[in-house]
Ligand binder design. Sequence first.
Ligand code: F6R
Length: 242
Amino acid sequence: MIKWHIEKSPNEVAVKAAMIYRQQIMDKPQSVLGFATGSTPELFYRELIMLYQDRQLSFKECKSFNLDEYCGLNPSHRQSYHYYMEEKLFKHVDFDDGHIYLPHGNVDDYHRECKRYDALLIEHGPIDIQLLGIGRNGHIGFNEPNDVLIPSTHVVHLDDKTIKDNARFFSCEDLVPKSAITMGLKTIQQSNKILLLATGPEKAEILKALRSEKISTQLPASFLHLHADVTIICDESAAKHF
Ligand code: F6R
């Protein structure tokens, strides 16, 4: 059963999510933390940084794994997810650089990169808590709606809707990479706990569909219904159709 929490504002969503991560790290300082990018978790990362500055948590012994990365972007590219994580979280807190893992988007051999990432996940995993956002089309990570879904780390051709949605981060839509490397649903499902955040009225339709408890490859997030420990925290505007 997915546990749903509705908070008044995106800020309250972020505070609640940060408290869950804090508790996880207090319970297990060597936690393997799964992170996501995009607009939704930005306030959450700000909260984590504040807790760290207040000495309420430390990431010293934690490891981190990110869900995805655009194909073709160097870590120093301002729209890469490496850059995002460095700017939004890593450079502000005390993670050990050697404990930070993201898929690399700037490689010659994507097949080998997917295998490398899966091997790291097996070596260090399972992830104790995985943070997710959700696309307006129901994607988690970059597992896009399709007739079939791929369980392990793979390269995915991005949906037109995703490209349009993410164009806001680039100077024009043509510059949005057309493909990405993403953890598959199996790895996401193998996380001990999953925490999905959704804010804003643009997520209202897809959350309503997710509430219906039907599972379909056309709504990849619906596979979360099969997991034993999923919490979804959304704000009132994202929950307006409940
Ligand atoms: C990001 C990711 C995506 C986003 C989703 C929502 O690492 O995996 O699934 O979580 O596209 O993005 P925002 O938060 O920008 O609406």
